[in-house]
Design a protein around this ligand. Structure first.
Ligand code: 5GP
Length: 187
């Protein structure tokens, strides 16, 4: 029997187990880095929610969370370069140490926009944790302080990442396969 979760996915790129163990490593790095601080962890909605909640559950230091929502793609698979803030932070980050949690970096335009925007609010410092980057370590055109996985330049879904609003609830990261996508969803 076909696994219904694999419809629209050509292959699993990062399994649940690989996600769990890498996220535990990132949490330990952040715990060490922010041991004497009380950082604000900012998640970029909607994609980074899964990563953020799993990451902070592994972290032991006191922290706060807040969220921003931006839109850069519409329903296409390439960035338009036009970033819109759909939901802003609920409080000031002035003088605070800020950790930005991003799900994925492709062109880097979205993250660049976010970093510039947040930096203009005068945080004490701002670091960036990216779960998936399509850029080799040290090559990204935008700030990456911690990277979960470097991935190939393919469109991926799952673990928070969608295509046209779907697939976010897959527990793994998979490569999107438009040919195998189910065309007969209700609605
Ligand atoms: P960028 O501005 O770096 O090109 O794109 C960043 C945003 O585009 C991400 O936050 C994410 O929402 C979306 N994105 C980029 N690459 C992918 C991908 O491979 N799969 C999915 N589902 N979204 C992506």
């Amino acid at each position: 029997m076909t696994d219904a979760r694999m419809v629209g996915v050509s292959r699993v790129l990062i399994s649940e187990e690989e996600l769990r163990s890498r996220i535990a490593e990132l949490a330990a790095e952040l715990d060490a880095e922010y041991r004497n601080d009380f950082p604000i962890v900012i998640g970029v909605l909607n994609g980074a929610v899964f990563f953020l909640t799993d990451l902070i559950r592994e972290m032991k230091i006191p922290l706060e969370i807040d969220f921003m929502a931006v839109s850069s793609y519409g329903d296409s698979t390439r960035s338009s370069g036009v970033v819109q803030i759909i939901k802003d932070l609920s409080k000031s980050i002035e003088g605070r140490r800020v950790i930005v949690i991003e799900d994925i970096v492709d062109s880097g335009l979205t993250l660049k926009y976010l970093i510039d925007n947040l930096a203009s609010r005068n945080p004490a410092d701002l670091r960036v944790v990216v779960l998936l980057s399509k850029w080799a370590i040290g090559q990204a055109p935008v700030q990456h302080d911690h990277v979960g996985f470097v991935i190939p330049d393919e469109f991926v879904v799952g673990y928070g990442l969608d295509f046209a609003g779907r697939y976010r609830n897959l527990p793994f990261v998979g490569v999107y396969d438009p040919k195998a996508d189910s065309a007969d969803l209700p609605g």
